[in-house]
Ligand binder design. Structure first.
Ligand SMILES: C[S@@+](CC[C@H](N)C(=O)[O-])C[C@H]1O[C@@H](n2cnc3c(N)ncnc32)[C@H](O)[C@@H]1O
Length: 222
């Protein structure tokens, strides 16, 4: 699971643009991760499913999923810069994905809209995590599934270094990514116990949390 430093949602627009472009280029180096995740999800959801990715950034997961089947896919990101980047990349790829601007803690869709929801490498960035969890639940249909994939707050430095080294990044990006993990990302990431406490304050029905390498996968059913 790749994850890296991100602009503050309401920070300086020029800086946000630079960091967003850097993130889009850096994560393009690990496109196989998005492809593998899209293949896995495409096997798990029904044709025609309505899918929402919360905080898609450059939109790579949505685009890869759109290549694999007749899904109705929407991406919702707080950053206008990322919405523009993702929309352009989807158009270039010739796939139909709708990217919109909005916040995870105030999702601009009616209750019960989607069959499946993904939030990858982004949850730790949310300013209001519990309202975001509740909003994700609200916009799913009854029986709909949500999947959050993110960094574990208790991942050790040794695990992080070996994970970054395996990503096959260029030397500069490898050093930048290691630094971002150490100085920023771990500080905002949650542990399994913290997720359980937050989820207990929401309407999610079934929850399963799996720890793997430096990440957590939280599978939820509405
Ligand atoms: C590290 S990127 C992850 C992008 C993508 N999910 C991926 O796997 O590459 C984090 C994303 O979270 C978005 N974000 C941060 N806070 C948000 C919020 N409250 N609502 C929606 N998106 C948010 C950022 O704009 C950014 O696109």
């Amino acid at each position: 699971m790749t994850t890296t430093a991100m602009p503050k949602p309401h920070g300086d627009r020029g800086m946000e643009g630079i960091v967003a472009k850097w993130y889009a280029a850096n994560t393009a180096e690990v496109m196989n991760e998005y492809q593998e995740l899209a293949q896995r999800i495409a096997r798990e959801i029904a044709p025609g499913s309505r899918v929402l990715e919360v905080a898609p950034g450059p939109g790579y997961f949505c685009i890869e999923l759109a290549r694999l089947g007749s899904f109705e896919i929407t991406g919702l990101d707080i950053s206008r810069t990322f919405v523009k980047i993702a929309s352009k990349k989807a158009a270039e790829a010739g796939v139909n994905v709708r990217f919109e601007q909005g916040s995870a803690s105030n999702i601009p869709f009616p209750r019960g809209t989607f069959d499946f929801l993904l939030c990858r490498a982004a949850f730790k960035n949310f300013a209001k995590p519990v309202p975001a969890l509740q909003e994700m639940c609200r916009v799913l249909k009854p029986g709909g599934r949500g999947l959050i994939i993110d960094l574990r707050g208790d991942a050790s430095p040794a695990l992080i270094n070996s994970h970054v080294d395996r990503m096959g990044l260029s030397t500069f990006n490898r050093l930048m990514t290691r630094l971002a993990f150490r100085t920023m990302l771990l500080k905002s990431a949650y542990t399994r116990e913290q997720f359980m406490q937050m989820l207990a304050q929401t309407e999610w029905r079934k929850v399963e949390i799996v720890e793997a390498d430096i990440g957590l996968e939280i599978s939820m059913e509405r």
